[in-house]
Design a protein around this ligand. Structure first.
Ligand SMILES: Cc1cc2nc3c(=O)[nH]c(=O)nc-3n(C[C@H](O)[C@H](O)[C@H](O)COP(=O)(O)OP(=O)(O)OC[C@H]3O[C@@H](n4cnc5c(N)ncnc54)[C@H](O)[C@@H]3O)c2cc1C
Length: 287
């Protein structure tokens, strides 16, 4: 199918992009990698009057060390994240999750900013970005904002972004010594989207869990933290039995999706299973 007609702009700075967004109001959409927006436009499920393409803004694609953490520009692609040695040393499971997205063509085009702004309930990165406790830096013609990731995902395809606001950077905090990270998913065999995907970031000391964050995607309408499972494991030993017991709480509070790919009951089962797996892996990596 051919998209409906639209006006196209290719700004060369963030200031120009946000001023265009402001000028064209709710009829305007940001274009990043285009791998979610363009299929929607071709199906006429989205019909923006104006597209503002970020591709020519040179300073939005980067991965920088920020203390012990990371600053990642919104236009950084999955491939760049997957192959970054800085990501591999500061937050290895982020690189692993990026490497599990779709296929090479999608990973070469899709961006971290586009993935988070789109808030697809089956997207991979929301789970690990939640588990890492990231912050989302945004620009608009108004004040710049820093949005904690815990407040970012609001509902199905809905985030805390205002219509005239763009993501320009994702900040990942430094992880304490003794921290392990992991991401695993049960993916759709054709698209690889997560039917259920779970990420864990575990900090251990002397075999005990000092802190843990767990992010879940695919299971419900939006990516969420498994706070009940986190509470159950914090302060407990990182042995198989404690991890299995904590993982049983992973689905609490989730209104499970039910579709052609999996029933709600199966998603609830996968959520516990994959939570156990990533907790075991993250704990082993935490040493
Ligand atoms: C065949 C196929 C398979 C896929 N499989 C997977 C998969 O396994 N896992 C997965 O996670 N994803 C998958 N995807 C989706 C892919 O990851 C998308 O690239 C991603 O979700 C969106 O990123 P994008 O850069 O392409 O954004 P775009 O499509 O350009 O934009 C998506 C939305 O975000 C907005 N936006 C983009 N950038 C910004 C910004 N900086 N600030 C504010 N708003 C912004 C746009 O206005 C639009 O509403 C798949 C896509 C395809 C086509």
């Amino acid at each position: 199918m051919i998209p409906a007609a639209f006006e196209y702009h290719a700004p060369t700075s963030v200031a120009e992009a946000v001023s265009l967004l402001d000028r064209h109001g709710e009829g305007a959409k940001i274009l990043a990698g285009g791998h979610s927006l363009l299929p929607l436009m071709k199906l006429r499920l989205a019909q923006p009057e104006v597209l503002i393409d970020l591709a020519r803004i040179g300073d939005l694609a980067y991965i920088r060390r920020n203390g012990g953490g990371l600053s990642i520009g919104a236009m950084t692609t999955y491939t760049e994240i997957e192959s970054s040695s800085d990501v591999q040393s500061a937050a290895p499971a982020l690189g692993e999750a990026a490497g599990m997205v779709a296929d090479r063509q999608v990973r070469n085009m899709g961006t971290i900013g586009g993935c988070l702004a789109h808030a697809d309930p089956a997207g991979d990165l929301p789970a690990i970005i939640l588990a890492l406790g990231a912050q989302i830096l945004t620009s608009s013609t108004g004040p710049h904002r820093t949005i904690p990731i815990d407040d970012f995902f609001v509902d199905l395809f809905t985030t805390a972004l205002e219509h005239n606001e763009i993501i320009n950077e994702i900040q990942i905090p430094a992880l304490p010594a003794g921290t392990g990270t992991a991401y695993a998913k049960f993916g759709n065999k054709a698209s690889h989207y997560a039917i259920v995907g779970v990420a864990a970031v575990v900090t251990a000391s002397g075999g005990t869990c000092q802190s843990v964050r767990i992010g879940i995607t695919g299971a419900g309408p939006k990516a969420v933290r498994a706070t009940a499972a986190e509470s159950a494991l914090t302060g407990a030993g990182l042995d198989d039995a404690s991890i299995k017991a904590a993982a049983q709480h992973a689905g609490e509070g989730i209104d499970f999706n039910e579709d052609v790919h999996a029933s709600a009951e199966y998603r609830a089962h996968l959520t516990k299973l994959y939570t156990e797996r990533v907790l075991l892996q993250a704990a082993a990596r935490a040493g």
